[in-house]
Design a protein around this ligand. Structure first.
Ligand SMILES: NC(=O)c1ccc[n+]([C@@H]2O[C@H](COP(=O)([O-])OP(=O)(O)OC[C@H]3O[C@@H](n4cnc5c(N)ncnc54)[C@H](O)[C@@H]3O)[C@@H](O)[C@H]2O)c1
Ligand SMILES: O=C[C@H](O)CS(=O)(=O)O
Length: 465
């Protein structure tokens, strides 16, 4: 019996496709093929790898609207965001096509006469990637691009909620001339495929984007074969609005970071800490702007906020809102839901909660939904203590025009990504990643290709004997 799963539109419940899960044998064969292909791909010169990556990027751009439509249909995000994600995804390919040509080594002055010392970088081998549903294009290329640029071969397993985008990107890579066994897409349940990936000695690296619990399991499972791991995990981003902040700008940037992808990003604001002297004005303005956001099907050009991905996400978000309200939070806007149990579509209206306190679940558990909890602070050290009081350390944001306050916050916030008067810091040419239980390693920027490289040191002795 074939093992299949259906891909549904979270806005309408429509079945978009039925996908066959790859069997254990097929995945093991793909691993062998990827390992074998590595022996050739690693010898492909960097400029040829760069040329093929650029061709891939161009093909994606030529198909941008079609890819974006599929992404909106399977993920739910507004079409404009899907179009933006396709651009974001190709920006990683473009950046690493160039980085392929800059994988430099170095020579080291010898400590002994007649010796010559050299260091060079080499691809780590076959890379296995597991990606989430919230950015099915960018989370794939953020891994595939540096891996292929470094000379590695690559297998990706997308989330079962959103496989269609990743399947299409893989097809376009092959159309661009990247050999079929150099980049492959396998479909299946995470636990099943992850076990095959981590147990294989031929897989030399695991790169994962997803929840922290799954990341921890993958790290443990990778230990038996001492695999390199890159982990982009959960977050719980604080926003600190200092008393001197430009309130209108802080409101606009908080909206940007909070409600993108219906709040389903790892770097979304999850707590909004506002100085007590300005919290009334900030809260009123944030609620007014939030009320203007349009909830609907992502294919409707007027939509700002689409559905959440599934019933489980919906139930967690509602639980956090109800818990907060029961413990004294005030709903300034939202806490409204459009649910169709027959279609299994779940819309959460953008929500702003005031008077949030530390006892509430939302202050400690990642929401992954369109809910902005507001809490007041009286001094900066109190805000920093609240902000750092989490196992996570991915993204944090603050708003101030005081350079001393800004530098003090930057120095004392334990986060890998920090936005100062900026709610949208991500880009392909910068290091993206977190501290503590938000992950291991970085993706993007010059740091993002290092995890796919091994360092070799050569000592030539008795050179002139
Ligand atoms: N740090 C980042 O860059 C980043 C980006 C996006 C999402 N995330 C995080 O991902 C989470 C939401 O995404 P999600 O719900 O898809 O996460 P998830 O961990 O449930 O799933 C992510 C991927 O892992 C697979 N998976 C699930 N269980 C697995 C297992 N036991 N072994 C191996 N693979 C398994 C899934 O099939 C999917 O492909 C949030 O916590 C979010 O913060 C982090
Ligand atoms: O959700 C995770 C993404 O990495 C967020 S971003 O689009 O890279 O900012």
């Amino acid at each position: 019996m074939t093992n299949t799963f259906t891909v549904k539109n979270p806005a309408t419940g429509e079945t978009l496709a039925t996908i066959t899960r790859n069997s254990v044998d097929e995945i093991e064969q793909a691993i062998q093929k990827g390992h074998d292909a590595f022996q050739t791909w690693k010898k492909t010169n960097a400029h040829e790898r760069a040329r093929l990556l650029t061709k891939w990027s161009n093909l994606i751009q030529e198909n941008k609207l079609a890819i974006a439509k599929v992404m909106t249909e399977e993920n739910g995000k507004p079409l404009a965001e899907s179009i933006g994600e396709v651009d974001y995804a190709t920006s990683y390919i473009d950046w690493y096509a160039e980085e392929a040509k800059r994988i430099y080594g170095r020579t080291i002055p010898a400590h002994v006469d007649g010796k010559r010392l050299m260091v060079s970088k080499h691809p780590i081998g076959l890379v296995a990637a597991i990606t989430p549903w919230n950015f099915p294009a960018a989370m794939m290329t953020r891994k595939a691009a540096p891996a292929l640029a470094a000379g590695c071969t690559f297998i990706v397993k997308p989330a079962e909620e959103t496989p269609l985008t990743t399947i299409r990107l893989t097809e376009l890579a092959h159309e661009a001339g990247i050999p079929t066994n150099v980049i492959q897409c396998m479909n299946g349940q995470g636990r099943v495929v992850g076990k095959i990936f981590t147990e294989s000695e031929l897989v030399r690296k695991i790169t994962f984007t997803g929840s922290t619990p799954v990341g921890k399991a993958l790290i443990k499972a990778s230990a038996d074969t001492v695999k390199s791991v890159t982990m982009e995990l959960g977050g719980h981003a604080p926003v600190i609005v200092a008393k001197d902040a430009d309130i209108d700008m802080a409101v606009a940037q908080t909206i940007t970071t909070k409600f993108r992808n219906a709040g389903q990003t790892c770097v979304c604001a999850n707590r909004v800490l506002v100085h007590e002297s300005i919290i009334d004005e900030f809260s009123t303005k944030l609620a007014e702007k939030t009320k203007q956001l349009v909830v609907g099907n992502g294919l409707d050009e007027n939509t700002d906020v689409g559905p959440v991905i599934n019933e489980g996400s919906y139930e967690k978000i509602v639980q956090q809102i109800n818990d907060a309200v029961q413990k004294g939070a005030k709903v300034l806007v939202g806490a409204k839901y459009d649910v169709d149990q027959e279609r299994k579509s779940f819309f959460v209206h953008p929500t702003v909660l005031a008077n949030v306190t530390d006892e509430m679940e939302i202050m400690h558990e990642e929401t992954f939904g369109p809910v902005a909890p507001l809490t007041a602070f009286s001094d900066l050290d109190e805000a920093i203590k609240i902000a750092n009081n989490t196992p996570y350390g991915l993204a944090a944001y603050f708003f101030t025009n005081d350079y001393k306050v800004g530098n003090y916050l930057f120095d004392n916030l334990d986060y890998g990504i920090i936005g100062w008067n900026d709610g949208a810091p991500s880009a392909a040419h910068v290091p993206f990643g977190g501290m503590k239980e938000s992950g291991l390693g970085r993706e993007g920027g010059t740091e993002g290709i290092e995890p796919y490289l091994e360092t070799k040191y050569l000592s030539i002795g008795n050179l002139f004997e």
